[in-house]
Design a binder for this molecule. Structure first.
Ligand code: HDD
Length: 700
């Protein structure tokens, strides 16, 4: 914090206007402070003349209790934090809009899903699950994907994740799941990590989590950018049309930039290089006008279709493969405005899956049913009372009126005598409408009340197998390595073994690879199963490889340079990369940069030690012969290229840069090209060099 010059009691005041002259009018306040600045006041509107010194009887005396300006300021500060979210505490959000491109009027009366071309405002928050609000952006974790649509018929909150299934089948288990993954209660670590005993102890005792574990341990758990993740509503919801007919629906968000992940070593190093990697990436893209975009797609199916599925669609641990029910794209979401204030908007936004407009309804998924209760309850404690819906980011953008009154932080001033219904004293008090929210008249199953799990929820392994076997070979290797990494952090041998016993029900080769990676001398027996795994047709949609777009759009290229670097080369590379849609950042040993071959000074965007290659998708090294030699003795420069190589990135180098590549033991493959050949570099930079990986590390 910059030290400000202390002012004594007798120092001249900046705002000499006496309090008596102040009116509550903002324009007047502006004028009084001079220039464009409004007068600084207390929260009661009292103008403040000295914001540097507290009130004392003598220059060296004690502070007086009378100093209401100091007390108000400190008290407000003391109350600045609210309880963080128990899960999904770390998040970043943006404003934007949803535009419907295909009407679902046949299936629903919800205007947001029937009025083609109308732009519905949205506020979308992405999050990690396990870490606290101040934790890093890039742990292995599920990503939350929550969208608040401010529809003309009330708010619709689609509160999903970047993974289409969940760990548990019943909300009853949610607190257990969360307690197991959060930092352990006696030692308060690890932060934002599932690689510890309590998580795997719980998981290995919950076979229903196995499908989700496959997804979470896959590269989906370590995304490159929030702009490159898919989103899923997870549960089946219902759509209801004007005639009250119901169709089941699953919601999918598909990123325009394609899906992309990091490699695990890169994700680990990103945690040191930039704690805010995903937040910064989203912020930079939106503020540069490069607006992230997703398609909204739906899977629609009837009760009869569902009866023919080889699983129960009410079980949230199951996907509906696209071969069974294809996706129909119905609209797009564009995020085009970063919030003005993090706390007021991103922190205070309150999502609730129970917020749905007429025409959307719930299914009997027992996880969804529990969620319908939990979110409203959590907002009451988090935001302090029942009026949190009045906070601007939460308030519907359509009229709303009822007889609910009072409570903490009531911001509205209701008029009149009537706060009840039925009433006859006032003509304008709110009344029910025949057009109000309809609930689907779902017939209740025959049966008896009880704490039971449906038999149709008993198959825990078939879709876990389907997922693993649908992946490409490098993805399978990453998944196996992720399990080895996580379980190697587990101290309790029986937990490691129990987990492997489940893997045997999923895929024998996976179980062997993990057992081998853990150094288990004997494979444990397969875990007992209620329903043995079935072999299902592969689902290519679960892969990332092949669904990443070979493009530079949304990607970032780093060019390392120093004194004397070739100005023409840098300019060519930069122009070509920018034309292809990439962002380009210049990195140099000093942030002031250097004088290039054309005699002009070039500043850097980042200093080498603080801008490692993990923050880029591909790198170029443009160095004079002298700088190449000098940087070959510099650990940060060596790491810059050796990590780019290890993380399967394209590398371009000129002759000076080659010296550094040699020292860093960068090999030769189609991803390593001459800096003079911008075209070859851009082609290589548009993808990861998967073929390089087996040369670099032993994957489980
Ligand atoms: Fe949840 C937050 C997603 C199951 C209880 N959840 C929360 C957020 C997302 C999800 C994205 C963050 C919202 C934001 O950005 O503010 N949750 C899911 C998904 C689930 C799921 C996709 C399963 C399909 N959640 C789930 C269950 C329960 C909760 C079963 C409780 C029974 N979730 C909460 C919560 C949170 C929350 C405690 C914490 C903060 C908040 O709600 O606002 O109520």
């Amino acid at each position: 914090m910059a030290a400000s010059k202390p002012r004594s009691k007798s120092a001249p005041k900046r705002n000499p206007a006496p309090a008596a002259e102040v009116r509550g009018n903002a324009d007047e306040l502006h004028q009084q402070a001079g220039g464009g600045h409004p007068v600084l006041t207390t929260n009661q509107g009292i103008p403040v003349g000295d914001n540097q010194n507290s009130l004392r009887p003598t220059p060296r005396g004690p502070t007086l209790l009378e100093d209401f300006i100091l007390r108000e300021k400190i008290t407000h500060f003391d109350h600045e934090r609210i309880p963080e979210r128990i899960v999904h505490a770390r998040g970043s959000a943006a404003h934007g809009y949803f535009e419907l491109t295909r009407s679902l009027h046949e299936f629903t009366r919800a205007r947001v899903l029937t009025e083609v071309g109308v732009r519905t405002p949205v506020f979308t928050r992405f999050s990690t699950v396990a870490g606290g609000a101040g934790s890093v952006d890039t742990p292995r974790d599920v990503r939350g994907f929550a969208v608040k649509f401010y529809t003309p018929e009330g708010n619709w909150d689609l509160v999903g994740n970047n993974i289409p299934v969940f760990f548990i089948q019943d909300a009853m288990k949610f607190p257990d799941l969360v307690h197991s993954v959060k930092m352990e209660p006696d030692r308060a670590f690890p932060q934002a990590a599932s690689a510890h005993d309590t998580f795997w102890d719980f998981i290995s005792l919950m076979p229903e989590s196995m499908h989700m574990i496959m997804w979470a341990m896959s590269d989906r758990g370590i995304p490159r950018s929030l702009r490159m993740i898919e989103g899923f509503g997870v549960h089946s919801f219902r759509l209801l049309n004007d005639a009250g007919e119901s169709t089941f629906v699953k919601f999918h968000w598909r990123p325009k930039l394609g899906i992309q992940s990091t490699v695990w070593d890169e994700a680990l190093k990103l945690q040191a290089a930039d704690n805010d990697y995903h937040r910064r990436d989203l912020f930079e893209a939106i503020t540069a006008g490069d607006f992230p975009e997703w398609e909204l797609a739906v899977q629609l199916f009837s009760e009869d279709d569902a009866a023919g599925f080889p699983f129960d669609h009410l079980d949230p641990t199951k996907i509906i493969p696209e071969s069974l029910v294809p996706l129909t794209v119905i609209g797009r979401m564009v995020l085009d405005r970063w919030p003005d204030n993090f706390f007021a908007e991103t922190e205070q936004v309150a999502y609730c899956p129970a917020n749905v407009p007429p025409g959307i309804d719930f299914s009997n998924d027992p996880l969804l049913q529990g969620r319908l209760f939990s979110y409203l309850d959590t907002q009451l404690i988090r935001l302090g009372g029942p009026n949190f819906h009045q906070i601007p980011v939460n308030a519907p953008k359509c009229p709303f009126a009822n007889h609910q009154r009072d409570g903490h932080m009531q911001m509205r001033v209701p008029k009149g005598r009537v706060a009840y219904d039925p009433s006859s004293l006032e003509d304008d008090s709110p009344r029910e409408s025949a057009d109000g929210f309809p609930s689907h008249a779902t017939p209740a199953d025959d049966g008896v009340k009880g704490r039971v799990r449906a038999e149709s929820f008993a198959d825990h392994y078939s879709q876990a197998r389907l997922f693993f076997r649908s992946l490409e070979a490098p993805e399978q290797a990453h998944l196996a390595s992720a399990l080895v990494f996580e379980l190697s952090k587990v101290e309790t041998a029986k937990v490691r073994e129990r987990t492997v016993s489940h893997l045997r029900n999923i895929d024998e080769s996976l179980a062997k690879r993990v057992a081998d990676g853990l150094g288990l001398s004997n494979l444990p027996d397969p875990a007992p199963t209620a329903t043995p795994a079935q072999d299902l047709p592969k689902a290519p949609e679960v892969r990332i490889i092949g669904r990443t777009k070979d493009t530079l759009k949304g990607r970032c290229i780093g060019i390392l340079f120093d004194e004397g670097s070739d100005a023409g080369l840098i300019s060519n590379l930069r122009k070509a990369a920018e034309k292809a849609g990439a962002q380009v950042k210049l990195v140099a040993p000093k942030v002031g940069g250097g004088t290039l071959s054309d005699g002009k000074r070039q500043a850097a965007d980042g200093q080498l030690a603080g801008t490692p290659s993990v923050v880029f998708d591909a790198v170029a090294v443009v160095l004079s012969a002298e700088a190449g030699k000098r940087l070959s003795k510099e650990a940060a420069a060596i790491d810059f290229v050796s990590f780019a190589w290890a993380h399967l990135k394209a590398i371009a180098a000129d002759e000076g840069g080659q010296a550094l590549l040699k020292t860093a033991r960068v090999g030769n493959d189609p991803g390593v090209v001459e800096a003079e050949d911008a075209k070859a570099f851009l082609t290589a930079a548009a993808t990861r060099q998967w073929a390089r990986e087996p040369k670099l590390r032993t994957l489980a």
